[in-house]
Design a binder for this molecule. Structure first.
Ligand SMILES: [Zn+2]
Length: 336
């Protein structure tokens, strides 16, 4: 087998034990299946990404001894995301959503995993997205119901299209983007998606029932995780995706989005178990905030960290220092 696998941390903090376990799985898979490793720095959320954390990812990987073949950073790829958005627009697969967080909570049911399942309240604006004037008019009607120049009757709206509100509100259709924060949702096909996980087996899931149409660009005009990751996985020719079980729920919706963007051959998936603490609970925020570089500063070596993480995650017998090569070899044994 050959191909490319990615290690894709977000620079919203320093690397912690969870990242280290993920890295061991990624590099073990690369070794076992003869793959190149691509480092992708997922800084799509510019409000939380920090330059110090970006530098920290590279420094920590070098300190631990993980070498990769190529690297990309999402904040440098805006034009690629724009082009992907145009692809979806050309297929009429996006629409603006003006629902507030409160509205989303109150107006939509939740899935069994507690996720909001968006019911498509703003779907009717799908056509308007291509006709900014009608979108502008639609918003104006909602925003300024008291404006005397506006008439709620559709035929009057049509008649007043060019003149209504011009003197009152002086908004131009081109300004619709600035009028109010909105996200842009991807229209999820209402069908079941069959996909396979090398460790967990077969899945048969309908993202329409899991989350509904989901945002590809958020209210702050930032690309969402789901969108950026799909565009990157296509553009960077990623053939294998090995990541934590906590993201497993995203897989069906990512497949739907990748297919809409034109990808036909799907990546091979493996979702690895997460690290649990001694009480068999997921690591707490505090434990996750404890960074590898804090350990480094306290005099702990990479070998001690490998031993500790594998003891916690794979229940190796002893919590004793081991080399990176041995740690990768042990992790390989838990791959199919
Ligand atoms: Zn909405």
């Amino acid at each position: 087998m050959s191909g490319i696998i990615r290690f894709a941390p977000s620079p919203t903090g320093y690397l912690h034990e969870g990242h280290l376990l993920s890295a061991l799985y990624v590099w073990a898979a690369a070794k076992k299946w003869d793959l190149k490793v691509h480092l992708r720095i997922e800084d799509h959320d510019q409000s939380r990404a920090r330059p110090a954390y970006i530098a920290g990812i590279r420094e920590d990987l070098a300190w631990l001894g993980f070498r990769y073949d190529s690297e990309s950073i999402q904040s440098a790829r805006n034009s690629i995301y724009e082009a992907a958005l145009h692809k979806l627009e050309a297929k009429s697969l996006v629409y603006p959503c003006y629902c507030s967080r409160k509205q989303l909570q109150e107006e939509n049911p939740k899935s069994e995993t507690g996720e909001i399942v968006y019911q498509g309240k703003c779907f009717y604006r799908r056509e308007m997205w291509f006709d900014k004037r009608s979108l502008w008019f639609d918003r104006l009607t909602n925003l300024m119901p008291k404006c005397t120049n506006l008439d709620k009757r559709p035929e009057m709206r049509e008649k007043n299209k060019d003149t209504a509100c011009a003197e009152h509100c002086r908004s131009k259709p081109a300004e619709v983007n600035q009028m109010e924060p909105h996200n842009l949702r991807f229209i999820v096909p209402n069908r079941f998606i069959d996909w396979h996980d090398l460790r967990l087996g077969d899945f048969h899931e309908n993202p329409k029932l899991q989350c509904g149409d989901f945002p590809i660009r958020d209210r702050e005009n930032q690309w969402t995780y789901q969108f950026a990751v799909c565009v990157d996985d296509i553009d960077e020719n990623i053939t294998h995706i090995v990541r934590g079980e906590d993201i497993r729920n995203s897989t069906a919706r990512q497949i739907a989005l990748m297919q809409a963007l034109g990808r036909t051959k799907l990546p091979i998936y493996l979702h690895h178990p997460l690290i649990f603490d001694t009480n068999n609970k997921k690591l707490s925020k505090r434990e996750l905030a404890h960074s590898l570089r804090q350990d480094k500063e306290a005099g702990i070596t990479p070998e001690m960290l490998f031993g500790r993480v594998l003891h916690k995650a794979l229940h190796t017998e002893k919590n004793a220092p081991i080399s990176l090569n041995d740690a990768i070899y042990i992790t390989m044994q838990s791959l199919p």
